[in-house]
Design a protein around this ligand. Structure first.
Ligand code: NI
Ligand code: MN
Length: 224
């Protein structure tokens, strides 16, 4: 399984013939190094409706024929743009050709840039091959993140930007609860209010928790 950090909260997961994207915000991201045209996923998973997460979903899905997997409200709104989707909701799991998806709670908000209601914001556990990835979405720290550890997380993607989500101190606490083998910080540096020292965060996680943390630059990958 290859996990490529595409910048902000966007990741590309590749395993065997499968390619799955989560929150592909690329063309509007000043730090992104990957063009949406270079991606051909079968599925795009969205944690919530905010513009910095839906990003290039419609363009990518229309070109590659990808199915969007997200909250029912997000899928219904994207259907109006001609995108196919599977609507789910928090706490639910479903099986796909690439593996299993489980949506988990996140403390945040969710509306499209035009104000359309986007349902509940969520985190997501993705089982791909024998690797389990947790993308926390945009969230505050909350104690029920400890329940996600029951999935046996290999890689946890946690926001550290502060301002819109938890910051580094709370993300360190989240890492303690998630007990993942690997931790990758996301949702930082893209815009001035969320500039953070991701390397310092990664060092603290590696020293103070049982997880090994990796501050990946956009375009960098982790192979598991
Ligand atoms: Ni958000
Ligand atoms: Mn966000």
């Amino acid at each position: 399984m290859k996990l490529t950090f595409l910048g902000h909260a966007a990741v590309r997961l590749q395993h065997a013939e499968h390619e799955v994207l989560i929150d592909p915000f690329l063309s509007e991201n000043p730090l992104a190094v990957t063009a949406p045209e270079s991606l051909s996923p079968s599925h795009v998973i969205l944690t919530h409706a905010h513009g910095d997460h839906v990003g290039d979903t419609v363009t990518i899905a229309k070109r590659s024929g990808a199915t969007v997997v997200a909250a029912v409200e997000v899928v219904n709104r994207l259907a109006r743009d001609g995108v196919e989707g599977v609507g789910m909701n928090v706490g639910g799991s479903a099986d796909f050709p690439f593996g299993r998806v489980t949506f988990t709670p996140a403390w945040h908000s969710s509306a499209f840039p035009d104000g359309t209601y986007g349902g509940t914001p969520m985190g997501v556990v993705v089982r791909l091959g024998d690797v389990t990835i947790f993308h926390a979405g945009d969230t505050a720290l909350f104690s029920d993140l400890a329940l996600v550890a029951r999935h046996g997380i290999d890689v946890a993607l946690v926001p550290i930007g502060d301002h819109f989500t938890m910051g580094p101190d709370d993300a360190l606490e989240a890492a303690r609860m998630l007990q993942a083998r690997h931790v990758v910080p996301i949702h930082y540096d893209t815009f001035p209010p969320i500039v953070q020292d991701a390397r310092a965060f990664a060092r603290r996680v590696s020293v103070e928790t049982g997880s090994e943390a990796h501050a990946l630059a956009p375009g960098e990958a982790l192979e598991l």
